[in-house]
Design a protein around this ligand. Structure first.
Ligand SMILES: Nc1ncnc2c1ncn2[C@@H]1O[C@H](COP(=O)(O)OP(=O)(O)OP(=O)(O)O)[C@@H](O)[C@H]1O
Ligand SMILES: [Mg+2]
Length: 406
């Protein structure tokens, strides 16, 4: 700690004498005037309450308090000021030298204890100097403690933030691991599903005696199931290519009507199977844009299939295309089960399914929308989902730049 210069009264030291006897005031003033080279400005306060207020305001550098103050004692004033958290250098002055009083003053928080009988200028000046110096040291210590406490609080805050951040990251990691586990189970299930009917068909063939009609039914069923498996595996390969940045678009000038027609052809069997009504609204003037037509069809099929899957049979699905400045806007809207608002932001995450058991029953891996977003973004576009909640239908809006994002 840097050494402090002694607080010799180089500047005027403001002293308040708290005493109900004016003679004491005159005497103390004379003693202070007798201090060689010192500058003191002494004031006198006979009223204990007014003195307490002054102590708390810190009007003076030091307070000399007489022990006997009418109905109160100097000790009480010291105790009261400490209770009020008013830390000022307080010196107790007494006419009767009693050792117990000396100790009581110290315990109460006085800086010093002086007996009137022994008092002279030197002793008084010394006591004042020590009291002020003690107060300065205490203030400095307080300041350092406060600074250190503030620094510790700041460090603690940073550490708490880091802990929270780590907990968030761990939670996110646990969720990813859980979703991956669920995904693996779903994948196994989805890949196994088509095998049962294929195996049945093979068994029927093994038994022989097949009519042309049975052969055709077995063939078309096997073709359907194999196409389904091929689509699952293609989706998986695509999503892995997108995440590794390994997918290349074949950008060319295409007509939106053609891509829409191919997509409808792809989704129509599912839409029909669930008795939905599909309404398509395209602008009179055909829209042409630069895009990868296979990928654009894949985007639309995914959205149409979702609309068909997540709408109770007999629902309505709407596909609309329009031009908005330099963008094509495609909307797929349904009257289906909707999406809870808290899950909307996560719907495009990989393996995300709103209600695993429910969506699982509809078949699917939870990668369709993730694929859609990846493909749309590769085109320099955006995709958003809207829903007013469960039972209120959903709408997916894809915006693609006509120029192909180049
Ligand atoms: N039109 C929709 N209406 C209501 N919920 C939807 C709709 N489209 C998607 N969802 C919800 O978003 C989830 C994720 O959709 P996504 O297409 O990524 O996966 P999936 O359809 O379950 O499986 P797949 O990988 O076969 O597409 C779905 O499981 C479903 O809960
Ligand atoms: Mg899907």
């Amino acid at each position: 700690m840097a050494e402090q210069a002694p607080s010799t009264p180089e500047r005027t030291v403001r002293v308040l004498l708290i005493d109900d006897d004016e003679d004491d005031y005159i005497l103390t003033r004379e003693l202070l005037e007798g201090v060689p080279g010192a500058q003191f400005q002494i004031e006198w306060e006979p009223d204990a309450d007014a003195a307490l207020d002054s102590i708390c305001r810190g009007d003076h550098d030091v307070y000399i308090i007489d022990f006997l103050l009418g109905r109160r004692t100097g000790l009480e004033i010291i105790e009261e000021s400490v209770k009020r958290n008013c830390s000022a250098p307080l010196i107790l002055l007494t006419g009767q030298g009693k050792r117990e009083l000396d100790f009581a003053a110290m315990r109460a928080g006085a800086a010093d204890y002086l007996e009137k009988g022994n008092l002279d200028s030197t002793l008084l000046e010394r006591s004042i100097r020590y009291a002020i110096q003690k107060k300065q040291s205490e203030d400095q210590l307080d300041k350092r403690v406060q600074e250190r406490t503030a620094e510790l609080a700041r460090i603690n805050e940073i550490l708490q933030g880091e802990i929270r951040e780590r907990e968030r990251a761990e939670k996110a990691l646990r969720e990813i691991v859980q979703r991956k586990d669920e995904f693996l189970a779903t994948l196994a299930h989805e890949l196994r599903n088509p095998l049962a009917p294929i195996r049945n068909a093979l068994e029927i063939m093994r038994l022989g005696a097949m009519t042309p009609d049975t052969i055709e039914r077995c063939r078309s069923m096997m073709q359907r199931q194999v196409s389904h498996m091929v689509r699952l595996i293609d989706d998986l390969l695509d999503i892995s290519r997108i995440t590794r940045g390994k997918i290349a678009l074949k950008m060319e000038r295409i007509c939106l009507d053609d891509a829409v027609a191919v997509a409808i052809e792809g989704s129509q069997p599912l839409i029909d199977a669930r008795n939905h009504v599909l309404t398509v609204r395209l602008p009179d003037e055909p829209i042409c844009l630069t895009a990868d037509s296979t990928r654009l069809t894949q985007i639309l099929i995914n959205l149409l299939n979702n609309a068909a899957k997540y709408t109770e049979p007999g629902g309505e699905i709407e596909l609309t295309a329009s031009l908005q400045g330099s963008h094509v806007v495609l909307r797929v809207k349904d009257t289906g089960i909707g999406i809870p608002s808290d899950l909307l932001p996560h719907i495009f995450d990989m393996f995300a399914q709103v209600d695993h058991s429910r969506d699982h029953a509809q078949g699917g891996l939870g990668i369709g929308l993730s694929l859609v977003r990846g493909l749309v973004e590769l085109h320099g576009g955006t995709v958003d989902a809207h829903s007013n909640g469960a039972g209120s239908g959903s709408e997916f809006i894809v915006k693609l730049p006509i120029s192909g994002g180049a």
